[in-house]
Design a protein around this ligand. Structure first.
Ligand code: NAP
Ligand code: ZN
Length: 336
């Protein structure tokens, strides 16, 4: 079968490999759609640890083709989405329900072969069934959506509150929709590209503006009369961390979601954070949110087609992952 392999840092190729086998407890999934994520570009550049060589791809959806021994709950032929993050279940974090902080976390498409391939073998407990008639491209959004749901859980948006979202990539545009579904009265997206601001307004944002054209902090404070009740940082750059903290209302929640490069420092004003009791809440990965993400995708409550800006075959993956996102690009989907 064909697979896209990260052979070494900055070297990725599509080549023929042995079709994987479903071992006991595993499913063999024929991949129908897979998403390219910003982390794939980080892994390619060596900025995020991987078990090289590896077949990449941690956001995917497909059909169960072979059910391994000792698997219950699957008969074959189901459309499934797969939670790529495999917790050990036994460490201190896992035994306290903090599976995203597992000390022995492994991940499909990162430390074991993933979904940028025609087939992938996955532990059956990582797979969640989707309606058979669901568009598999939508199913491939379950993984990023599951991470967003963890952030939305941490944000604790109450109906009627105001939410500011920094960064209008696929994550920010999913967060816009989730904030609306959570009942936010104002959803403000701050991002530089005009096309993304236009998309956000079509997806339910009440305001969208360019942080380079005006004072983002003043604008949010003005729109919300004092600061957003919830701020979700989805850009992963020092500026948005700094400005986001300052546009959070006194007593509000600031959710740290964007990944800044390791070692990056951001100056903060501890006095202001203290007297305003800004509650900084990091949200990392998808602890127990993948099945809810699958259910939400299946419900049709989210607009996902608008987020797909390009569809490619396996032969184009290395070029896309190896280059910076194009202007206007939101999500690139692979159909193997
Ligand atoms: P992305 O496409 O890179 O989106 C981030 C966007 O932020 C950029 O495209 C850019 O859009 C915008 N941005 C950059 N600088 C900005 C600034 N100064 N002010 C406002 N916006 C700015 O990435 P994504 O896939 O949507 O993911 C967003 C972040 O979430 C990434 O850091 C990713 O690594 C992280 N992430 C975290 C988790 C987790 O579990 N915590 C899971 C998945 C992803 P414009 O060009 O329009 O400004
Ligand atoms: Zn663990």
């Amino acid at each position: 079968m064909k697979a896209v392999r990260l052979e070494s840092i900055a070297s990725m190729t599509m080549r023929s490999v042995e079709k994987p086998v479903a071992r006991p407890g595993e499913l063999l999934v024929r991949v129908l759609a897979a998403g390219i994520c910003g982390s794939d570009r980080h892994m390619y550049k060596g900025e995020y640890p991987t078990a090289i060589p590896v077949t990449m791809g941690h956001e995917f959806c497909g059909i169960v083709e072979v059910v391994g021994e000792e698997v219950t709950g699957f008969t074959g032929g189901e459309l499934v989405t797969v939670d790529p993050n495999i917790a050990c279940g036994r460490c201190h974090a896992c035994t306290r329900g903090r599976v995203n902080l597992c000390e022995g976390l492994t991940a499909i498409g990162v430390t074991r072969d993933g979904g940028f391939a025609e087939y992938v073998a996955v532990p059956c407990r990582q797979a969640f069934t989707l309606p058979a008639d669901l568009n598999p491209v939508h199913g491939a959004f379950s993984e990023p959506l599951a991470c967003c749901l963890h952030a939305i859980d941490k944000a604790e948006i109450r109906a009627g509150e105001s939410v500011a979202i920094l960064g209008g990539g696929v994550i920010g545009l999913l967060m816009v929709q989730l904030a609306r579904l959570a009942g936010a009265s104002q959803v403000i997206l701050i991002t530089r590209q005009l096309s993304r601001r236009q998309t956000a307004l079509r997806l339910g944002a009440t305001h969208a503006f360019d942080p380079t054209a005006s004072d983002a902090i003043a604008a949010v404070r003005d729109i919300t009369h004092g600061g957003a009740d919830v701020v979700i940082e989805c850009a992963g750059v020092p500026e948005t961390l700094q400005t986001g903290l300052q546009m959070t209302r006194r007593g509000g929640n600031f959710v740290l979601f964007g990944v800044t490069p390791r070692g990056v420092e951001v100056p903060v004003l501890p006095f202001d954070l203290l007297v305003n009791e800004v509650d900084i809440r990091p949200a990392y990965l998808n602890p127990f949110t993948h099945s809810r993400a699958a259910a939400l995708v299946a419900s049709g409550a989210l607009e996902l087609d608008m987020l797909v800006t390009k569809t490619i075959g396996l032969e184009e993956v290395a070029e896309v992952v190896g280059s910076a996102p194009l202007p206007g690009e939101i999500k690139v989907i692979i159909r193997p």
